[in-house]
Design a protein around this ligand. Structure first.
Ligand code: F6P
Length: 347
């Protein structure tokens, strides 16, 4: 059996741990051969491969990023750019000519959306969920999330001391285009003054009241805002018109816009720190290494069992198999009661 592996979409700490577990178990227990595809769906689209054996995965467990590279190439939108041949057909032809029997795609909603289409087109697919945003359905957690939260929490801890020294409001913008899981967890763990998430439009007056209250009690406020958070007043738009290959709007600085607004309304100095890709870089936490390794072991187990069209998922403490389509059916958003719970500590 020859198995292809690819990593697609935004990179995420733990990807290499998954790849290592797939290859180590696949070679040792099942005697499989592997072939790595470079840069997400671009690899199978263009037949761009890299050797993937036990030697290639040695020492990569703690390594951030992905040894296979990643991209946001969308084969479903690629027909015109590639001379009219649909991306799915090109991928199927390339898999056939490379003798690939099954394909494991490690990715988020976009990558797994393409995997679902390929499965429907007859490719033997297994998916592994990945995103620091933790917004995929069907799984309680994705690896990378815990690392991102810890990075953001450490940043908030550091910002507290400098905010206090200068009596400033510090706004921390964290990732989270559609959901506020990172903001909620990092904000709670770091003792944020206010947490703003995409799931709930915020009232700028209320945010300023929290900020002012924090100054009155002689503490400096830290406001944690997810990049996709939006004000209730729809005339203040934080979105641009630019789209990426999967049609996502490019966001433009919720944190800075919030800082400007807070400074204008409260008269207090407000500065913004955008954590950006720092949250996706570097070594994974122990939690993420274990989760990623378990996902990898079970993904190749699914291939061995002939269980295709599934994604491995964490439910409670078990790794289970769910239909690929379930991962992308709907985003896992922060439920209102989780936000209300955190809100008690605002101000
Ligand atoms: O999907 C994960 C994520 O981190 C989002 O929260 C963020 O909007 C996006 O990736 C940004 O990724 P990139 O800058 O690589 O396009």
């Amino acid at each position: 059996m020859r198995v292809g592996v690819l990593t697609g979409g935004g990179d995420c700490p733990g990807l290499n741990a998954v790849i290592r577990a797939i290859v180590r178990r696949g070679v040792k227990e099942f005697g499989y051969e592997f072939i790595g595809f470079r840069d997400g769906w671009r690899g199978p689209l263009e037949g761009d491969t890299v050797p993937l054996d036990v030697q290639a995965v040695r020492g990569i467990l703690p390594l951030g990023g992905t040894i296979l590279g990643s991209s946001r190439t969308n084969p479903l939108a690629d027909a015109a750019a590639s001379g009219g041949r649909p991306g799915i057909t090109r991928i199927k032809d390339n898999l056939d000519s490379l003798g690939v029997d099954a394909l494991i795609a490690i990715g988020g909603e976009d990558t797994l959306g393409v995997a679902t289409r390929l499965h429907e087109a007859g490719v033997k697919m297994v998916g592994v969920p990945k995103t620091i945003d933790n917004d995929l359905g069907g799984t309680d957690y994705t690896f990378g999330f815990d690392t991102a939260v810890n990075i953001a929490m450490e940043a908030i801890d550091r910002l507290h001391t400098t905010a206090e020294s200068h009596h400033r409001a510090l706004i921390v913008e964290v990732m989270g285009r559609h959901v506020g899981w990172i903001a909620l967890h990092a904000g709670m763990a770091g003792g944020a003054n206010v947490i703003l998430i995409p799931e709930k439009r915020f009232d700028i007056e209320k945010v300023c009241a929290y900020v002012e209250h924090r100054f009155q009690t002689r503490y400096a406020p830290i406001v944690v805002v997810a990049e996709g958070a939006l004000p209730a007043d729809e005339s203040t738009s934080f979105e641009s018109q630019e789209l990426d290959a999967f049609g996502h709007v490019r966001l433009r600085g919720a944190g800075q816009m919030l800082a400007d607004e807070i400074e204008k309304r409260t008269g207090k100095e407000a500065r913004c720190t955008v954590l950006g890709h720092i949250q996706r870089g570097g070594t994974p936490t122990a939690f993420d290494r274990v989760l990623a390794t378990r996902f990898g072991l079970q993904a190749i187990g699914a291939v061995h069992d002939g269980a295709f069209g599934v994604m491995v998922a964490l439910q409670r403490t078990e790794i289970v198999r769910v239909p690929l389509a379930e991962a992308t059916r709907e985003l896992k958003v922060v439920p209102p009661d989780r936000y209300d719970e955190a809100e008690v500590l605002f101000g």
